[in-house]
Design a protein around this ligand. Structure first.
Ligand code: DQA
Length: 144
């Protein structure tokens, strides 16, 4: 079983970027924590971050036939990207949408997601635990 963890724009700036909203962990630290959890659950994870919409679309295409589940924090593309939505519809790989912050507590433009209605689920506002929840979910889903 292999899970892809995708992070979108500005998430490479974690730790430095609005730490009051996104926390103090860097992306490398966050990925390290997910990796430790994955090892304890006996699942392989791959990480990818990009600030470019097309690169994320292509990564989703490349996952076809190779990846069992995707955890995605699409960053601001959550609220704008029909292309990422269509990429998920093209490959039909189950995915969980995650957010560090609770997008529903924030500005109204963050309340709309182009992905939520085609996701397995959405975890928003649990900081790094949003990713951990999604990973635990996939391990249970795909083992049963
Ligand atoms: C985010 C929320 C988005 O609205 C924002 O554009 C991000 C991060 C989050 O993890 O809370 O870049 O996806």
């Amino acid at each position: 079983m292999k899970i892809l963890v995708l992070n979108g724009p500005n998430l490479n700036m974690l730790g430095k970027r609005e730490p009051n909203i996104y926390g103090k962990l860097s992306l490398a630290e966050l990925e390290g924590n997910i990796n430790k959890l994955a090892e304890s659950l006996g699942v392989e994870v791959e990480f990818f971050q990009s600030n470019y919409e097309g690169a994320i679309v292509e990564k989703i295409h490349q996952a076809f036939g190779k990846i069992d589940g995707i955890i995605i924090n699409p960053g601001a593309f959550t609220h704008t990207s029909i292309a990422i939505r269509d990429a998920f519809l093209s490959v039909n790989i189950p995915f969980v949408e995650v957010h560090l912050s609770n997008i529903f507590k924030r500005e109204p433009f963050r309340h709309k997601s182009y992905l939520s209605d085609i996701a397995q689920g959405v975890v928003s506002g649990l900081e790094g635990y949003s990713y951990a929840c999604a990973l635990n979910y996939f391990v249970n889903l795909l083992k049963n």
